[in-house]
Design a protein around this ligand. Sequence first.
Ligand SMILES: Cc1cc2nc3c(=O)[nH]c(=O)nc-3n(C[C@H](O)[C@H](O)[C@H](O)COP(=O)(O)OP(=O)(O)OC[C@H]3O[C@@H](n4cnc5c(N)ncnc54)[C@H](O)[C@@H]3O)c2cc1C
Length: 399
Amino acid sequence: MTIALWAPRVDPAFAAVIDAAVAAAVAPDAERIDREDVYPLAAVQALARAGLTAAGFPIEDGGGGRPLRDLVAVFEAVAAASAATATSLVTIFQAGAAIQLFGGEALRRRYLPRIAAGLVCSFAMTEARGGSDVRHLDTRARRGDGGWVIDGRKAFVTSASAAELFVLLAQTDAGVTAFAVPADAPGLALAVTPATRTIGLRNGPHVDLTLDGVRIPDDHRIGEDGHGVRAAATVLDHSRVLVAAIGCGIARAAFDGALAFADHRVVGDRHVIELQGIQWYLAELLAEIDAARLLTYEAASHLDAAGPTHHLPREAPARRAGLLDIQRWSASAKLVATRTAVHAALQAIQICGVRGCLETAPFGRYLRDAKTYEIAGGSSEVLKNTLGDYLVAAVDGPG
Ligand SMILES: Cc1cc2nc3c(=O)[nH]c(=O)nc-3n(C[C@H](O)[C@H](O)[C@H](O)COP(=O)(O)OP(=O)(O)OC[C@H]3O[C@@H](n4cnc5c(N)ncnc54)[C@H](O)[C@@H]3O)c2cc1C
């Protein structure tokens, strides 16, 4: 008897659409994308045609109007085949969500349908001096010619090698502010160096972006002047759940590979899966992955139920409580799911012995991708700080 280990946690018909698209467009190229460290353009375009890159956008903006919970299923399945492709979808989601949630009408109309049709996007917050803390930035935006003029340098920008649109943070006189900047804007350039190639999430080098007197119209400002940190944090609250889904996908792939190996490999007169020591490794992983998946889908349901709390007035108590709740679930999900992915990849290598260590096996890729996502998009330390802040608020402050 063969049991389906990872039952869909969304509408099975939608899960079947996802699985078909992943099998046709993502899985066949996964190993090459990682080895060559190139952007998976064909896969992303195929996923866009299947309606999966912007499934969460409102229908009137060209999206599928689906809840975050459905997006979790997309990111989990794509990552089980290729985390590099899944991370390409994360940056599209982040840029699109920033514009959808905080952009003006003109910006939404201009970009959301194009993003839904497959426009490649990046989301650039980090700078050389600021990774975990983006409350003060060296990239400056000043008013000029009825719009904005931006100068500076953003670092480690995922998907930048193919991006057609950047959503980035810059410092204005009012504070940190978000902007949409087309990739063909004069003065914008990519700085590709050996230091931009990473061990994991290899969807092309994570390059620096240089901005030298880049001019954009005022309607390309996203949200209010000086409110960029809040906008970015809201986007991250959502995208962290999708990164958690990527962790679940990597963990599943590692587990499936190890289980298949243990089922077929004979040592002495027994199959490896008959060895109790190996069964215990697999049993622990099964429980950990089940827990990570349940937490990730539950986190998505919390965000879906909470709705766009950022639209509430700043002083509303419900806004603060809602935000804290969202941050709690998204931080917990990313923390646990990426840790589970690292553990699953490590244990899969152990179970497969030398065959787990081969360059031709996928387990090294799983480990590199999983480990990298314990840092990118909010490191595990920063997530634990978020949970710590939540607990302090829960007991109503120290003392
Ligand atoms: C593969 C990859 C892709 C990336 N893509 C993007 C992208 O597309 N856009 C983008 O903007 N950024 C991107 N980044 C940058 C990423 O967001 C940062 O790496 C991350 O925020 C951590 O910042 P840092 O690496 O500068 O670490 P630092 O801020 O220098 O921190 C160093 C160490 O200290 C820890 N630390 C920092 N502050 C605290 C604290 N208060 N308490 C406890 N520990 C702390 C960190 O967790 C880390 O372990 C990417 C990174 C990677 C690895």
